[in-house]
Write a protein that binds this ligand. Structure first.
Ligand code: UFG
Length: 345
């Protein structure tokens, strides 16, 4: 039982992680500036776990407010740092906003941690750091490739900032860096899920919004990749599976089970699925058609990537359990819930 700070805790992955932390008996403090999430998420969390987490509307970029927050919420044992901007295309348009938001927030946390006697931080990274890997499935030891967007670069630089900081102060910090593959789906209760702002960039929200009639047609970006059906391949992972890995990561640090002051884990299923496979499976499990057409490749897209999750399986004791069928069903149940609540008007 420990008090955990979750930055970005009302966001998509953050909210699912808060629920899993609570289910494991931990006390959660959320900070979020609600720039890409909604305060009502707290109601969803409370409905699932029966506990309303402490919440502070703070921007992690604001050092003074963060310092005050740590004064107010004493005895935090670990931080899970989700809060970040994450739209790849937008990051190309607004690089400075991305570098400021994603890097200054991390630097603030790392500066404030020793002042407030906090040693442990989990960092949300991404398989984007591997670019197009030379070998698949990709392991944690694969080389880091030049980032294809400022967003991707903030994840690479974020990892380096953590490594350098801990190298200089190995007695004051430890960190687990989690490299996510493609999180999709929603909590099985459909009380929380992904809430994209405007037109979705990611595949799954676009699929569910097209299925429900909010969008006329899904565009499949490319069918001439070197993959079995020509569409791009990703490792799609249920967001609840992903959330559970964060609980294990925090507990691993708190119980001093880490082997290094910085550890890196891939969080994926080890299974690659193409865009067309996702569409077909979605149609099969929901019985709902998804109108789509093939268009040109999207700039900056990787052809294929999927994880070697063996290290997370053996060392973290974590395995992605959910089937893709169940995961897609949960995404659809969430879209239906949004419609029922009138969130589409
Ligand atoms: N896709 C479509 N049509 C759409 C949206 C997506 O065909 O309308 C395709 C993409 O071309 C890609 C696949 O679906 O082949 C998945 O695309 P997403 O945008 O859902 O996910 P990405 O793999 O491109 O990006 C995700 C995260 C990024 C992260 C990246 C690598 O959204 O934040 O993985 O880690 F950088």
């Amino acid at each position: 039982m420990a008090k955990i700070l979750v930055t970005g805790g009302t966001g998509y992955i953050g909210s699912h992680t808060v629920v899993e932390l609570q289910n494991s008996g931990h006390e959660v403090v959320i900070i979020d500036n609600l720039s890409n999430s909604n305060i009502e998420v707290l109601n969803g969390i409370e409905k699932i776990s029966g506990i309303r987490p402490a919440f502070e509307n703070i921007d992690c970029v604001d050092y003074v407010s963060m310092d005050k927050m740590f004064e107010k919420h004493q005895n935090i044992k670990a931080i899970i740092h989700f809060a970040a901007s994450k739209a790849v295309g937008e990051s190309v348009q607004k690089p400075l906003a991305y570098y400021r938001n994603n890097l200054v927030s991390l630097i603030n946390l790392l500066q404030l941690m020793p002042i407030h006697h906090i040693e442990n931080i989990v960092f949300s990274s991404s398989c984007t750091v591997y670019g197009q890997p030379d070998q698949l499935p990709v392991t944690e030891n694969a080389p880091i490739k030049p980032a294809l967007s400022p967003y991707g670069n903030t994840k690479q630089i974020g990892e380096e900032i953590i490594r350098d900081t801990i190298h200089a102060n190995p007695n004051h910090y430890q960190s687990i860096i989690l490299r996510y593959f493609n999180p999709i789906g929603a909590h099985p209760t459909a009380e929380i899920g992904e809430l994209p702002n405007g037109i979705p960039n990611n595949l799954l929200p676009f699929v569910t919004q097209t299925a429900i009639g909010l969008r006329k047609q899904l565009q499949v970006f490319g069918n001439n990749y070197n993959t079995p059906d020509g569409s791009a391949v990703r490792d799609y992972i249920h967001v609840v599976d992903l959330a559970k890995a964060h609980v294990l990561a925090v507990e691993r640090m708190l119980m001093n089970k880490t082997k290094n002051t910085v550890e890196i884990f891939n969080l994926g299923t080890g299974r690659g699925l193409s865009v067309l496979e996702i569409i077909n499976t979605f149609e099969k499990v929901t019985g709902v058609k998804v109108p789509y057409r093939i268009v040109d490749r999207r700039e900056g897209d990787i052809e294929k990537v999927w994880a070697e999750p063996g290290y997370a399986n053996s060392e973290l004791g974590w395995v992605a359990h959910e089937t893709v069928e169940e995961t897609l069903r949960s995404a659809w149940a969430w879209e239906l819930k949004l419609a029922e609540k009138g969130k589409h008007e």
